[in-house]
Design a protein around this ligand. Structure first.
Ligand SMILES: Nc1ncnc2c1ncn2[C@@H]1O[C@H](COP(=O)(O)OP(=O)(O)OP(=O)(O)O)[C@@H](O)[C@H]1O
Ligand SMILES: [Mg+2]
Length: 232
């Protein structure tokens, strides 16, 4: 029978520490000698993110809401398909641990906010799961960790970064949109049983190392048997 790895996703809105926490968890698992691969979405370095880039810089509409949720979801989904086949499918099939900064779960929040009623959102969720996990054959996550950074704190982290980088994409430019996305993440976390980790209070984020301890604790049960390989 085909072996199957573990897929752990770190999710949150923009500038909530996903990259930081994915890196910290990756380093910790590596230092324990685990077979772990780190990926992130969108896969900006790959050609497969071309349509995502067009969407994020506003080629299809100046505001996120101008672009149909299903169309935008397809852009992000095919990027994952390419990444799975070219970068981490093999490691996953060999039983490795895959850590991902964002996944299908990002569409669930970012695109769902474009649909204005519960029925339309439920329909969208079923379509998305069918499209990515069944039709495209992407693995389902074993654990989704929602890094719940208060929007006021994310705003500050974003502002600091925009100052450094000098650019913001169509999601980042729209604060109201980002705040609604945070709500959508909180709702999705409840609906889909994601593990929520509180990452700050008001505009003040918790220390990255403290958040990392919580993320590690959340991941341990999923990593299961491998843990005993390391310690005993
Ligand atoms: N807990 C924290 N406290 C203070 N600063 C943080 C914390 N976590 C991350 N940062 C800083 O905030 C910025 C955003 O963090 P990071 O890139 O990890 O977030 P992200 O969720 O991956 O962002 P994006 O969604 O835009 O890719 C970075 O400059 C990072 O160093
Ligand atoms: Mg990031």
């Amino acid at each position: 029978m085909e072996k199957k790895g573990k897929l752990i996703i770190l999710e949150a809105g923009d500038a909530s520490g996903k990259e930081t926490q994915t890196r910290l968890l990756y380093e910790r698992l590596l230092s324990e000698g685990r077979n772990v691969t780190r990926v992130s979405f969108p896969d900006y370095e790959s050609d497969s993110s071309a349509l995502v880039k067009m969407y994020l810089r506003g080629d299809f509409g100046a505001q996120a809401a101008d672009v149909d949720a299903y169309a935008a979801s397809a852009f992000f989904a095919v990027d994952r398909y390419a990444s799975f086949h070219r970068k981490w499918g093999e490691a996953y099939r060999r039983g490795g641990v895959i850590l991902s900064d964002r996944y299908t779960t990002s569409n669930l929040a970012h695109q769902a906010v474009k649909l204005d009623n519960e029925k339309a959102r439920r329909e969208y969720f079923s379509w998305l799961e069918d499209f990515e996990y069944i039709r495209l054959g992407l693995p389902r996550p074993d654990l989704v960790v929602f890094l719940d950074m208060p929007p006021e704190a994310s705003d500050r982290l974003l502002a600091a970064r925009a100052k450094e980088a000098g650019t913001a994409d169509i999601h980042e430019k729209d604060k109201n949109y980002l705040h609604r996305v945070h709500e959508a993440y909180a709702e999705a976390a409840r609906l889909f049983g994601w593990t929520r980790i509180a990452c700050g209070k008001g505009a003040t984020p918790r220390k990255p190392e403290d958040i990392a301890d919580d993320v590690y604790r959340a991941a341990l049960p999923v990593l299961g048997a491998e843990e005993t390989d390391v310690h005993g």
